[in-house]
Write a protein that binds this ligand. Sequence first.
Ligand SMILES: Cc1cc2nc3c(=O)[nH]c(=O)nc-3n(C[C@H](O)[C@H](O)[C@H](O)COP(=O)(O)O)c2cc1C
Length: 226
Amino acid sequence: MRTLALNGSPRKCWNTAQLLESALSGAREAGSQTEMFHLFDYNYKGCISCFGCKRRNSKLCHCYFKDGLSPILEKILQTDILLLGSPIYFGDVTGQMRNLLERLGFITLTYDNPQQKFFPGRIDSAFFYTMNIPATLAKNYGYEALFQRQLLPLQRLGGSSQYYAAYNTLQFDDYSQYRCSYFNAAEKERSRQEDFPKDLEAAYQIGFQLVKERLALAAEEGTESN
Ligand SMILES: Cc1cc2nc3c(=O)[nH]c(=O)nc-3n(C[C@H](O)[C@H](O)[C@H](O)COP(=O)(O)O)c2cc1C
């Protein structure tokens, strides 16, 4: 049983990475091997529209454009559980995450009518989002639609998909050092102390449950996971 986490934040130890680490520790506790990659360590583009993956007789679910993302795409297609994490930048996922989703999304999407299932295996997934704004504002801004939309390529991976959003995150260690009067530093600190531990626990439970459910399914079917 393999669980792969991909961090779409440039920061390797902050909110998004911590949520993913917590989910991975839940996954380990439930019996999975785990691995984490930081997408900003890799040099790659989004889909370049070469259509190699759409050619007749092309290998299914294969990206023909080779760059720094190629080994990560291979890893994704071989994992059992996929955990993605991204901060919200200007109302969307980060560019690095977006580029990954374009590549993964296009190799799993068919232009056939009726739609065929390109990916033969099963990958259960969860998407973790972190952001500055509180939950009420996120609701007013329609962020829910954004959270759901990122799940579309994941739904083509044959497993369950879900998301978790952590709001009102701490952005800097010391707010007094930055020009940021828009934010209430005391409220940010309160949220860090009171809300973020709950987010970490929720992430842990998601990692744990995904692995437990997958192991139960494998036992029921009498199959090994891929
Ligand atoms: C360039 C940039 C754009 C951002 N845009 C938004 C935004 O549109 N909405 C929001 O709620 N937070 C926004 N944020 C805040 C981050 O989403 C938030 O601090 C997040 O938790 C950072 O994740 P990290 O700690 O894992 O790096 C932005 C931050 C940066 C650096």
